[in-house]
Design a protein around this ligand. Structure first.
Ligand SMILES: [Zn+2]
Length: 350
């Protein structure tokens, strides 16, 4: 979701909260449960240019979320338990699952102690290229390039552009322009583009990966806790739908295989990188099914309903991101009403 859509969605949420519509809709659209998507947990960034702040929530907010979910009557469960409850038509206990994508070190250092203290299970989906130092955290690298320079010149496809990056507004505009071009473009071009940009503007992609990602030792130590599920998230964090079928399958299969080699257990749960419709579609859902993943999650927003037991490799999630760090948004999300409206009341069946 880009900035404009985010702003409109948030305005809609505020209007819904003020009107109380969500409370009327809740019994119909609340569903069986919800899987939350998170990335980083760390203190909020300073005001100003921080385009990736949507990918992080503050530790206090994470703690408040856990308490609030339980106060609202939902159990916080592992993905295995969520799977079992979805498969059991007689089990109508509502549940929430906490998931973190990519495998960032703050998940271990900041989120884990909070969730351990609160006895809340969670899943970390690891893209193996991060601990192996071979994946490119291109969205963070792009932010670093733009933060450190007042002007950026680059080649977006056939177009040579010179982007002003003097003020925060300039930097935000430059980031949006390049980010969405990179999201849409060929995946190998995307990576050669960021490597070239980082070379020219003095950002070390390997160093960035090493500072942000957990090491294999850390992932293995974390995985030893029964509260923790380690899920698969491919090797190179590519938009799978933009790769050919064999390469997409290899990314999904070998990503899980590498985790098995490193921690001793093959993941049975999978998260599609980016997870939107342009990054994962029916072809990927079928590959995940054939690879015997018990569940695979998208980032398409929505609650879990009984019918999802037939769609276990295309489950929706709800993003808990930096733009929605208010318990009123969480309360709204737990009713399911925002997603019923967002999805036009499709796929709703209690
Ligand atoms: Zn990811």
């Amino acid at each position: 979701m880009n900035r404009l859509k985010t702003t409109l969605f948030r305005a809609g949420l505020n209007a819904m909260y003020a009107s109380g519509t969500h409370r009327i809709l809740a019994p119909i659209v609340g569903g069986r449960g919800v899987i939350f998507t998170m990335h980083h947990v760390r203190p909020n960034p300073a005001p100003g240019f921080a385009p990736n702040s949507i990918l992080q929530i503050a530790p206090e907010f994470l703690e408040a979320v856990v308490t609030r979910i339980r106060w609202a009557g939902l159990d916080i469960v592992s993905l295995d338990e969520a799977h079992d409850r979805l498969m059991d038509d007689t089990d109508d206990r509502r549940f929430a699952v906490l998931t973190f994508d990519d495998g960032y070190r703050d998940n271990l250092e900041i989120a884990y102690p909070i969730l351990k203290r609160l006895d809340a299970p969670f899943c970390v989906y690891v893209a193996t290229g991060l601990p192996d130092g071979t994946a490119d955290l291109w969205w963070l690298a792009l932010e670093a390039v733009i933060r450190n320079h007042a002007q950026i010149s680059c080649c977006l496809g056939d177009e040579e552009v010179v982007l002003a990056a003097e003020t925060d507004a300039d930097k935000n505009a430059a980031y949006e322009r390049v980010y969405w071009w990179m999201r849409d473009c060929d995946q190998d071009l995307q990576r050669s583009f960021i490597r070239d940009l980082c070379n020219r503007y003095g950002i070390d992609l390997v160093e960035l990966c090493a500072t942000q990602s957990m090491t294999w030792d850390e992932i293995k130590a974390l995985s030893a806790d029964p509260l923790v599920t380690i899920g698969a998230h491919t090797i190179g964090h590519f938009a799978l739908a933009k790769l050919d079928a064999e390469r997409a399958r290899t990314e999904m299969d070998e990503g899980a295989g590498i985790i098995a080699d490193r921690i001793g257990t093959r993941p049975t749960h999978f998260s599609y990188p980016y997870g939107d419709a342009g990054s994962a579609g029916p072809r990927e859902f079928e590959i995940a099914r054939r690879l015997d993943f018990k569940t695979a999650v998208t980032t398409r927003p929505g609650m879990l309903f009984r019918a999802h037991s037939n769609h276990l490799t295309s489950l929706p999630r709800v993003s808990l991101n930096g733009d929605y760090q208010g318990l009123k948004y969480l309360d709204l999300f737990l009713t399911g009403a925002p997603f019923a409206l967002y999805n036009g009341f499709r796929k709703v069946s209690a």
